[in-house]
Design a protein around this ligand. Structure first.
Ligand code: CP
Length: 336
């Protein structure tokens, strides 16, 4: 198997083969959530702890559901209700949790590098659920799965990632994954949120929305992360929206079969118009559905290492799905 690592800390440096292995596995796991009884015994007897120091709707819920669908026991720990509020360090919290013998720690933290630090203090697998401005690997993997499912491939596509690149862990993980898989990546945003050194990722940089999305196959909008901005990066929200909000008019500059992604939570009217977010090109809800499958696949790959708890027990999903699903048939084809 191409995916052999102990932790998932980020996608930087991960090979196309390893990313492809996760996507293939995730594609096969999707079927379980379509069943009447959405549960398989793959992780029976295993324990997954979700340690979230920042708020989350999608990531935490889908990791919890993913673990439960695989029959693992799950525990949610958040900073507010834990001894973190009494001054305990991240490393001490993790060591104490590990003393209770979990099989994986899923960690979200406001500091870049927090997950890498934990991986030096504990032996169980650490899965990065978003660390500061660094990486959000499971989000990028679910984005790649969504693109591959709807356009049939990733290699050779033009993907425009638009918005607050400076603070975006989603953008960073996507750049690593999409470049590894052979996409042409354009980064689009105002100069204050898209510094020139982002070109070192091997991406085109654009400061005008129209230039960035022209003839794109995929437009990925990023949230403006006001909580990470210690100063003003643009004169006003109104002015940002005037230049960088994705409207139907702007979408018409992209390819006719363009797909639109947003990791959520969305700031409607600021980075994306409601008519686009809810429109026929939007795959935002498909991303959420795919997030569950990606997290099931990763828990399986990182936690269920023994043959006894292997894929034999999954029944129909034992073999990975083909790398490319059928291409999208039209603007409304196959979209939820
Ligand atoms: N996309 C994402 O990470 O959403 P949450 O913050 O709700 O988990």
């Amino acid at each position: 198997m191409a995916f052999t690592q102990r932790h998932l800390l980020g996608l930087e440096g991960m090979s196309a083969e390893a990313i492809g292995a996760v996507l293939d596995s995730a594609a096969s796991f999707k079927e379980i959530s379509e069943r009447d009884i959405k549960k398989v015994p793959t992780l029976r007897g295993k324990t997954v702890i979700n340690l979230f120091y920042e708020s989350s709707t999608r990531t935490r819920t889908s990791f919890e559901i993913a673990a439960k669908r695989l029959s693992a026991d799950t525990i949610n720990v958040s900073a507010s209700g834990s001894s973190v509020s009494k001054g305990e360090t991240l490393a001490d919290t993790a060591r104490n949790l590990e003393a209770m013998k979990p099989d994986a720690l899923v960690v979200r933290h406001g500091t870049s590098g927090a997950c890498a630090l934990l991986a030096r203090h504990v032996t169980c697998p650490i899965i990065n659920a978003g660390d500061g401005c660094h990486e959000h690997p499971t989000q990028a993997l679910l984005d790649c799965l969504t693109i591959r499912e709807h356009l049939g491939r990733i290699s050779g596509l033009t993907v425009a990632i638009v918005g607050d690149l400076l603070h975006s862990r989603v953008g960073r993980s996507n750049v690593h994954a999409l470049r590894a898989l052979g996409a042409n990546v354009r980064l689009v945003g105002p100069p204050t949120l898209l510094p020139p050194d982002f070109a070192s990722f091997g991406c085109e940089l654009h400061h005008r929305l129209a230039d960035g999305v022209r003839d794109a196959d995929v437009i990925m909008m990023l949230r403006i992360q006001r909580e990470r901005m210690g100063r003003n990066f643009f004169p006003s929200l109104e002015e940002y929206a005037q230049y960088f909000c994705l409207t139907e008019e702007v979408v018409r500059l992209a390819k006719p079969q363009v797909i639109i992604l947003h990791p959520g939570p969305m700031n409607r009217g600021l980075e994306i118009a409601s008519s686009v977010a809810d429109g026929p090109y939007s795959l935002v809800m498909n991303q959420v559905t795919n997030g569950l499958a990606v997290r099931m696949a990763l828990l399986y790959m990182l936690v269920a290492r023994s043959k006894a708890s292997g894929l034999d027990e999954l029944e129909p999903a034992a073999t990975p799905a083909p790398a490319a699903a059928e291409p999208a048939r039209g603007r409304s084809g196959g979209r939820a």
